[in-house]
Design a protein around this ligand. Structure first.
Ligand SMILES: [Zn+2]
Ligand SMILES: [Zn+2]
Length: 415
């Protein structure tokens, strides 16, 4: 029995429960930021777990009853949720233990609700192994998304095979070959190569369904960055990039463009530096900026003053304002340009976006918003359906579940 207890009609906050004999599996247990933003602000902050549950911001306690395993598709908070909310002993499968440890360290001592992201002592936390069937009959399949690592889950149940996509896009920043090399076989490639896998129920996200957002592809973004970077070369001023701390694919793209166009790369954020450490052989040399990357590392660090023109500076949304305010950086700036990667709608940082934009304008920095969605676009549904060929479709992570169902059945008919 499949129950979508949350996320059926909202972007984010997925909670899928599958009961199969004596086994109960949960896919994602995210925060409903749409509800959260209705009740909380800078002045009004959460009082604790019980209140968040009562308002429906996080899953109810009884939803977890008898859970034999909780699978998290990726570490965006609208999927990871607050592990502290899990009431009793169970196994939690996470995409990355090191990302989890980092989050814990960052938020452990905060006085905000973020300290509740970490789970309690009785949880058994394991890292997901991609492309391997585990003890529950679940195979995690890598997908491209704006958070890395991200997985879809294929579950071979007694009453049928279920595929839960999590959040995913069809075209990523890495391209097929590089994705295979750095991350592994992705969802659609896997299903294409294993035609014997019959999906009975497809639980598919539909973030962009019903939205009129311009369908900018990762290739479009790459070309726009190239154009801006080429025009910036003659000005001898650095180019700033803000990134989300989990957006591995986008970070990789920026390094590749730096290499292609001959820019030097600097990183002014511990979080982004750690993200880049996950690349086994970066395409360019990465220089760490000392006041921003404080954790100990073997790498040589440089000071802000040493950064000249012809350089890319990668930082986080949080730290770009600190960077611009730093007195040792400001004199060096003639006409820097900033490219802000616009966060996904469901990500909490979205709240600060306009504040950052205001700072950049006040500092005389021209900036561009760059937004390649981490989610597939509706026109790509035909392709997805032709590979997955499910018997039944259940929409999730969308504001237009009926439209998604209709589009899915129409595109199915056409293949
Ligand atoms: Zn999401
Ligand atoms: Zn996501």
């Amino acid at each position: 029995m499949i129950e979508i207890l949350s996320g059926e009609n909202s972007i984010g906050g997925n909670f899928v429960r599958i009961r199969d004999g004596d086994k109960t599996l949960v896919f994602d247990q995210g925060i409903r930021f749409d509800i959260m933003s209705r009740y909380y602000s800078m002045q009004v902050t959460p009082q604790g777990i019980a209140e968040l549950r009562r308002l429906g911001v996080i899953p109810k306690q009884e939803w977890y009853m008898d859970a034999s395993g909780i699978y998290i598709s990726h570490m965006h908070l609208d999927h990871l949720g607050l592990l502290h909310n899990i009431p009793s002993e169970t196994r939690v499968y996470l995409p990355s233990l090191s990302v989890y440890e980092d989050m814990k360290e960052r938020w452990e001592n905060s006085s905000s609700w973020l300290q509740l992201v970490a789970g309690r002592y009785f949880l058994e936390i394991r890292e997901i192994k991609p492309l391997e069937e585990d003890e529950n009959g679940v195979i995690p399949l890598p997908v491209s998304h704006s958070a890395y690592p991200a997985y879809a889950f294929l579950y071979f149940g007694r009453e049928g095979t279920i595929l839960y996509t999590g959040d995913f896009r069809v075209d990523g920043f890495l391209g097929e070959e590089r994705f295979l090399e750095l991350i592994g076989e992705d969802l659609l490639t896997y299903l294409g190569e294993n035609p014997d896998v019959r999906v009975d129920t497809l639980i598919i996200e539909g973030t962009n369904v019903g939205s009129n957002r311009t369908p900018i592809s990762p290739d479009d973004v790459a070309n726009m960055i190239r154009r801006i970077a080429i025009s910036q070369k003659s000005s001898q001023a650095p180019m700033l990039f803000t990134l989300h701390g989990l957006d591995f694919e986008y970070a990789y793209l920026i390094l590749e463009i730096a290499k292609e166009l001959g820019f030097d790369c600097y990183v002014a954020s511990a979080q982004i530096a750690k993200l880049l450490e996950r690349i086994p052989e970066p395409p360019v040399e990465i220089n760490l900026v000392e006041d921003f990357v404080r954790y100990p590392t073997m790498r040589e660090k440089v000071s802000l003053e040493e950064i000249g023109g012809n350089s890319f500076i990668l930082t986080s949304h949080r730290e770009i304002v600190d960077l611009l305010r730093d007195p040792s950086f400001r004199p060096a700036m003639r006409s820097p340009v900033a490219v802000l990667s616009e966060p996904e709608p469901e990500v909490e940082e979205a709240l600060e976006y306009d504040v950052i934009a205001n700072w950049l304008s006040a500092m005389g920095v021209q900036h561009y918003r760059m937004r390649a969605s981490g989610h597939y676009y509706p026109y790509q549904l035909t392709r997805i359906m032709s590979v997955v060929r499910p018997k039944d479709v259940k929409p999730i992570h969308t504001k237009s579940p009926d439209l998604l169902k209709r589009l899915a059945s129409l595109s199915y008919g056409s293949t």
